[in-house]
Design a protein around this ligand. Structure first.
Ligand SMILES: [Zn+2]
Length: 311
């Protein structure tokens, strides 16, 4: 079956069976961690709206749908969404500029991870305050896309260089296995840490990070939550941080053909864990700002028309 012929699968449960991880963002584990951390910082009001919008199959758990946007079926059916998971930046500049960088490969403006983050925030906000928007947009999808993209923008190589497609073209070894640098940052560092330090139990990894947030990182949490005055969402500084981290940590000592082992793993894992935590805290802060007490979305939220998702 060719990609273009892949028809929309009814029922999210079936779509979940088609999980694809890899070069599309934090892998499944990374997105789960980010959203699980976010769940713990949602206000009562935001949690109520989130639960109202989640598909039934999520059983009230935001983290259950945070990899939805990476599903093979979703990416195939919503082909237009492929450019929305990342923003590539000019090689070796180590900086990000929305006007310069946020476009897809055909040059269409705003089609990148930061543009998508603005877009889905606006959809949810307009639905909060305008009943016509409730039926215009698919708010369940808007929530799932937003929760996914806030995670993606924190993965440093999602704001990597255009020339190597955010590390996807840098082929090397992760210990003994062949990998590419992008995949190392999406998945391998997290999975190696899970096995080595957390008994392959994702919940233990999450608990450890939650403890870090309330202890070692507690002084930073407030600044992570901040957004420019009166802004609801602010993905641009997250993308700037990411490309700087890509230059300082991801690309360093990771040239094509190299073998990455303990030295690379142990020095980069703290960066990955911090980015997952920041993503979670910032996703919660964003959802809390969108679904504040003036949001009129507590009941009768719109399910919208499938696929009408990029305003
Ligand atoms: Zn993604």
């Amino acid at each position: 079956m060719g990609l273009s012929k892949f028809s929309w699968v009814s029922g999210i449960a079936i779509v979940f069976l088609q999980l694809v991880t890899g070069s599309f963002g934090w892998g499944q584990h990374g997105h789960y961690v980010t959203c699980k951390i976010a769940e713990g910082y949602l206000t009562e009001n935001a949690m109520a709206v989130v639960k109202e919008l989640l598909p039934k199959s999520a059983e009230g758990e935001l983290a259950a749908v945070c990899s939805w946007a990476d599903l093979f079926a979703v990416r195939s059916h919503y082909y237009w969404s492929r450019a929305l998971h990342f923003v590539d930046t000019p090689d070796f500049r180590c900086n990000y500029d929305y006007t310069r960088d946020c476009h897809d490969s055909s040059g269409r403006k705003n089609r990148c991870v930061t543009g998508a983050t603005y877009n889905y925030t606006l959809q949810l906000m307009s639905a909060c305050h305008n009943s016509a928007s409730k039926s215009r947009y698919n708010l369940t999808e808007a929530l799932m896309f937003l929760s996914h993209f806030v995670g993606d923008v924190h993965q440093p190589l999602h704001c990597g260089f255009l020339g190597d497609l955010g590390g996807n073209r840098i082929h090397l070894h992760w210990y003994r296995r062949k990998a590419n640098l992008h995949h190392v940052w999406d998945t391998e560092i997290i999975d190696t840490a899970l096995k080595r330090f957390y008994g392959s139990d994702l919940n233990i990894m999450i608990e450890s990070m939650q403890k870090n947030i309330t202890e070692d990182w507690s002084n930073y949490v407030e600044s992570w939550e901040e957004c420019d005055a009166n802004c609801t969402v602010c993905p641009n500084p997250y993308a700037s941080e990411s490309v700087k981290l890509a230059c300082k940590y991801a690309y360093r000592n990771a040239t094509p053909g190299s073998v990455l082992g303990d030295e690379y793993f142990l020095t980069r894992l703290p960066i990955v864990e911090r980015r997952l935590a920041q993503g979670g805290i910032r996703l919660a802060a964003t959802l809390n700002r969108i679904f504040n007490s003036s949001c009129g979305l507590i009941s009768n939220v719109g399910k919208g028309e499938q696929g009408v998702s990029f305003a």
